[in-house]
Design a binder for this molecule. Sequence first.
Ligand code: CA
Length: 310
Amino acid sequence: MIKLFWKFLAASCLALAMLPTASFATGYTQTRYPIVLVHGLFGFDNIGPVEYFFGIPYALRADGARVYTVSVSAANSTEVRGEQLLTQVKQILAATGAGKVNLIGHSHGGPTTRYVASVRPDLIASVTSVDGVNNGSKVADILIGLTPAGSLSNAVLGSITNGLAKVISFLSGSPTLPQNAVAANVSLSTAGSQQFNARHPEGMPTSSCGEGAYNARGVAYFSWSGAQPYTNVLDILDPALALTSLAFGGERNDGLVSSCSSHLGRVIRDDYAMNHLDAVNQTVGLVNIWEVNPVTLFRQQANRLRNMGL
Ligand code: CA
């Protein structure tokens, strides 16, 4: 009898070990519609083994989400990137048979996802902006010379430009897509963003640093962001973000975007102790160990969408 028990136990363990991993999924991130992750300026979907959204697709898929990463021009206008994204959204819908997708965009990916939701709201269940450049970046303003002369010293301006160059030299563009750094800069400047927002206002706050509509034309809008430029002494890009953060004076920012500029729809939080790259778990997972892990925020958002039936 005891022998039989052990045989049964061994067979059960073997059977369990052979089950595909997905069978263990809890369904915590199992949204109704596929999740599409959209990268920012000078982003990429993958370079070798390094993902832009580092470790995030895996963490979402592990508990049931269908996740797609897309590749749009690293540096181009929001509209050009948006049209590229729309084409890929249609391909994902055709491939999956889904009626809509949930878009999550980081940095310039915020306005890029908003463009698609604005022109084709029928295809989009939700837009989530993570450290999004929704109301422009003072770093972009400096790059295109919109900052009034004399408002910052030359030394500070040089530091900001150096910091950004270091961030950019780390993040490579996708060589096959059209790149237009000037157009990207205009889109990311405060003035360029305001023009874009006038044409595509869905989910944007109507009061200074307020929240936007939680739902516009059938699309749910969310955002979160960090507000700490320097978070981990081991991350080689943190000193660069500390330099670019000088562009904001005393205003709360993540190194490249102010907390207020990141606001879209329902503001989940705008003051996580994270910088602009921590938000996507970069550099390669080096984030603030004293703050909630950024991967957890993506999982929580998938669960939030799931609970809303999206
Ligand atoms: Ca980091």
